[in-house]
Design a protein around this ligand. Structure first.
Ligand code: NAP
Length: 343
C-alpha cells in the first residue's frame, strides 16, 4: 500500500501531540477539520504546532473534506461521548472512510449508547469501513488487564485505579471536577447532576466482554477528593483551602454471573507535589496479581496508541468494533503503511 492518508477531525491538544507521530511514521495528513474561527482557514501545520506548514487548510465541514480527496482514515478527537462524536463517525462511514476516535465512551459503547452504536455498525457495514474507539484505555486499561487476568486460574475480584491531574487541562475540566467546592456544594451538585455514564463503565464493559463475563449488576459511586493543605489550582487561578475539593473519584463496580467482581476507580484531581498519573491493577484470585505502571504519561500514551492502531483499523472487518476485538497492540517500527494488508 502507498502511504496512509489521514484526516484529523478536531485539531486540539491531542491532535497536536499525534501529528508529529503520524509524520514520523509516514502517514500523510491530507485534511483537517476544526471549528473556531481562529483555526478554520489557517494551515493545519500551524494550527497543530508543527515546525512547518502542511499545505492543507483547516476546514469547517467534515463532509466537504472527505468528499474532495481520497482518505484512508479519520482521526476523530472532538468530544468524549457517542451522542456528540457519533455524527462525525457517521459522516466518515457515509464517505467510505475508516475512523478511530479517542472519545472515551467509544472504547466500548454498546451498553451505554445502544441505539447510536447499532446505527453506526449498520452504516459502517453498508459502506465497508471500520469505526472504532481507541486511546489510553486500549492497552493500559483493557488489553494489558485482559491479558493479565487471562493468566489466572480463578478470579474473585479485579480492582483498577487510574488518575489524571486536572491542572494539565483547561479550566473547563477543573470546573467539571468541582475543584474548589465545599463538600456540601459537591453533594448538592451530585444529587441533582444529570451526568452521562462514567468512562469506567465502558472500560469494564470491554474487560467483561473480552473475558466472557456476563454483567448482572453495575453500580457507580462518586467520592470527593479533598485538599489536606492549601493547594493551587493553576487552571482556575485559585488557592484551595484544606477541606475543599481538589477533584473527585468515580468508582464503577460490575457484578458478573460467573462470579468475578470488576471495579475501576477513575480519579481527576489536582495533584500534590510529587504525585504522578496512576495505573494500578490488583487481582484477587488464584494467583493474586498486581500490575502497576508508575509515572505513566497518559497524554502521550493516548496518542501513541491512537496512531499505532491505524493499520489495525484499516485491516479490520467492516463495522463498529472495539479494541478488545482488534489484534493485540504491536510496536510499529516501520512507516505504518507497511502494516496494512490491503493492496
Ligand atoms: N481516550 C483517551 O485516552 C483520551 C485521552 C485524552 C483526551 N480524550 C478526549 O479526546 C477529546 C479531545 O481531547 P483534546 O485534549 O484534544 O481536546 P481539545 O484540545 O479541546 O480539542 C478538541 C478539538 O475538537 C474541536 N471540536 C470540538 N467540537 C467540534 C466539532 N463539532 N467540529 C469540529 N471540531 C470540533 C475543538 O475545536 P475548537 O478548538 O475550534 O473549539 C478542538 O480543537 C476530548 O473529548 C477528551 O476528553 C480521550
Amino acid at each position: 500500500m502507498s502511504p496512509i492518508r489521514a484526516v484529523f477531525v478536531g485539531v486540539g491538544a491531542m491532535a497536536s501531540l499525534a501529528a508529529p507521530m503520524l509524520i514520523d511514521k509516514e502517514v500523510q495528513i491530507v485534511g483537517a477539520v476544526g471549528r473556531s474561527p481562529g483555526k478554520v482557514g489557517r494551515d493545519a501545520g500551524d494550527v497543530l504546532g508543527l515546525d512547518r506548514q502542511l499545505g492543507v487548510p483547516v476546514e469547517a465541514d467534515v463532509a466537504a473534506v472527505l468528499s474532495s480527496r481520497p482518505v484512508d482514515i479519520a482521526l476523530v478527537a472532538t468530544s468524549s461521548f457517542m451522542a456528540d462524536v457519533g455524527a462525525h463517525l457517521a459522516v466518515c462511514a457515509r464517505h467510505g472512510v475508516n475512523a478511530i476516535t479517542i472519545a472515551e465512551e467509544a472504547i466500548h459503547p454498546w451498553r451505554t449508547s445502544p441505539r447510536i452504536s447499532a446505527d453506526l455498525d449498520a452504516l459502517a457495514i453498508e459502506h465497508g469501513v471500520t469505526l472504532t474507539g481507541g486511546g489510553f484505555q486500549d492497552t493500559y486499561m483493557i488489553n494489558l488487564v485482559t491479558t493479565l487476568i487471562g493468566a489466572a486460574h480463578r478470579i474473585d475480584r479485579v480492582v483498577g485505579r487510574s488518575s489524571f491531574n486536572v491542572d494539565e487541562y483547561g479550566p473547563e475540566v477543573a470546573r467539571d471536577q468541582q475543584v474548589g467546592r465545599t463538600v456540601e456544594q459537591f453533594e448538592a451538585w451530585l444529587a441533582h447532576a444529570d451526568r452521562p455514564p462514567t468512562f469506567g463503565d465502558n472500560i469494564l464493559d470491554a474487560i467483561a466482554a473480552a473475558s466472557g463475563l456476563t454483567i448482572t449488576d453495575c453500580t457507580t459511586t462518586t467520592r470527593p477528593d479533598l485538599a489536606t493543605a492549601e493547594i493551587r489550582c493553576e487552571s482556575l487561578d485559585l488557592t484551595i483551602e484544606p477541606g475543599r475539593l481538589i477533584g473527585f473519584t468515580d468508582v464503577d463496580t460490575f457484578e458478573t454471573a460467573e462470579g468475578p467482581t470488576l471495579t475501576v476507580e477513575l480519579s481527576g484531581r489536582i495533584y500534590n507535589a510529587g504525585e504522578t498519573d496512576v495505573n494500578d491493577w490488583r487481582v484477587a484470585g488464584d494467583p493474586t496479581m498486581h500490575m502497576v505502571n508508575p509515572d505513566v504519561d497518559t497524554q502521550r500514551a493516548t496518542c501513541t496508541q491512537w496512531v499505532n492502531r491505524i493499520p489495525d483499523v484499516i485491516n479490520a472487518p467492516a463495522g463498529l468494533t472495539s479494541v478488545d476485538r482488534l489484534p493485540p497492540m504491536r510496536y510499529r517500527p516501520l512507516p505504518l503503511h507497511h502494516y496494512v494488508d490491503r493492496a
